[in-house]
Ligand binder design. Structure first.
Ligand code: CO
Length: 133
């Protein structure tokens, strides 16, 4: 994998969190995007090479709503950038990691993404992502 691309943070109130993280990072949010298939609203901040992704639920059935119910606000996933997401999904699946979906899908921020279950990564939800060119 190439680098840690972003850290995803689950929040209850996206606008309040954007305001707070803009102040914390001293940089504005550069993108807000809804991912309808996942029922999430996202907001991104960029530092030098890494990003912070804030995630809020857009429906009570959203995976983020379920996460917030179980855990409250906080770190939701780590995302690693890869060059060939299909090959990386195959590699990880054959090494015993558990993909959460059959195939990579279109996520936020112009990325193909795939998630791996925290049970195979010591409690951390792992995303891998590839820029769509
Ligand atoms: Co992410």
């Amino acid at each position: 994998m190439k680098q840690l691309e972003h850290v995803g943070i689950a929040v209850k109130d996206l606008e309040a969190a954007i305001a707070q993280y803009s102040t914390l990072l001293n940089t504005p949010c550069y993108k807000q995007e809804e991912v309808k298939s996942q029922e999430v609203a996202t907001a991104f901040f960029k530092l030098k090479d890494q990003k912070i992704e804030l995630l809020a639920a857009t429906s009570p059935t959203s995976p983020i709503a379920k996460f917030l119910d179980r855990n409250g606000e906080g770190i939701h996933h780590l995302a690693f950038e890869v060059d060939d997401i299909a090959a990386e999904v195959d590699r990880l699946a054959s090494d015993g990691f558990t993909p959460l979906q059959e195939k990579p899908f279109r996520g936020a921020d112009n990325k193909l993404v795939a998630f791996f279950h925290p049970k195979t990564t010591h409690g951390v939800l792992v995303e891998i992502c590839q820029e769509i060119r």
